[in-house]
Design a protein around this ligand. Structure first.
Ligand code: IMP
Ligand code: MG
Length: 206
């Protein structure tokens, strides 16, 4: 019996982990007013939930970037399509990312941001596909270590679909999804198999 996707990190696991991350960030940045920066569009869902668990006078801002081809072929170089509105000079910057894969995009972005003389730049990533890392990248806060599978949901997309799934799903057969990008639409309707009741409170396995 095969399924098209399975829940890798359920909404309850995500909620609990974000509470912990928020607590840690609140403690680490006590007395400061960090700027949380999200890279559109994937990180926006995570940022929305994370910022409400950080009890500091923070600011948020968004950047939008466009890649020259894939991350690897562009060596992470990106064109900034929408720049920050906040001046990060002298500020503590926390980049909030949905997932770090090769790390190429993010390390390029860190270089760009550091050239603007912030007080500090750190990364908070919900998912860390550490086995795929090409470039060394210190990630201060990690939600979950992610196995080398393609994931969708909670901001993460396949061809702009599925960002609105409340859970993070592992796609079983990426070529089947490529052949039919609407394959996982039943999960958007909360098809029972997407979140078996016995799974909702379960610890995730890696
Ligand atoms: P990299 O770290 O430079 O390779 O790029 C990471 C970006 O690739 C993320 O911000 C996502 O947009 C995308 N990405 C990597 N892995 C996945 C995945 O499993 N699902 C959806 N998007 C992914
Ligand atoms: Mg992204």
């Amino acid at each position: 019996m095969s399924e098209d996707a399975s829940v890798l990190f359920g909404r309850e696991d995500i909620r609990r982990r974000i509470e912990e991350l928020g607590r840690n960030i609140t403690g680490d940045y006590a007395g400061r007013a960090p700027v949380l920066i999200s890279v559109l569009k994937g990180g926006s869902v995570f940022l929305a939930d994370l910022m409400r668990q950080i009890h500091l006078p923070l600011a948020i801002d968004y950047m939008s970037i466009s890649r020259y081809g894939g991350a690897a072929e562009s060596m992470g170089r990106v064109r900034i399509v929408k720049d920050l509105e906040v001046d990060i000079g002298g500020r503590d910057v926390l980049i909030v990312e949905d997932i770090v894969d090769t790390g190429l995009t993010l390390s390029y972005l860190i270089t760009v941001l550091e050239s603007r003389q912030p007080a500090s730049v750190e990364v908070c990533a919900l998912l860390d596909k550490s086995v795929r890392r090409i470039t060394p990248l210190p990630i201060r806060y990690v939600g979950f270590d992610c196995p080398d599978v393609f994931v969708v949901g909670y901001g993460l997309d396949f061809q702009e679909r599925y960002r609105n799934l409340p859970d993070i799903l592992a796609v079983q057969d990426l070529s089947a999804l490529a052949a039919d990008p609407d394959l996982l639409v039943p999960y958007l309707r909360g098809a029972p198999r997407s979140v078996p009741a016995s799974d909702t409170g379960r610890e995730h396995h890696t």
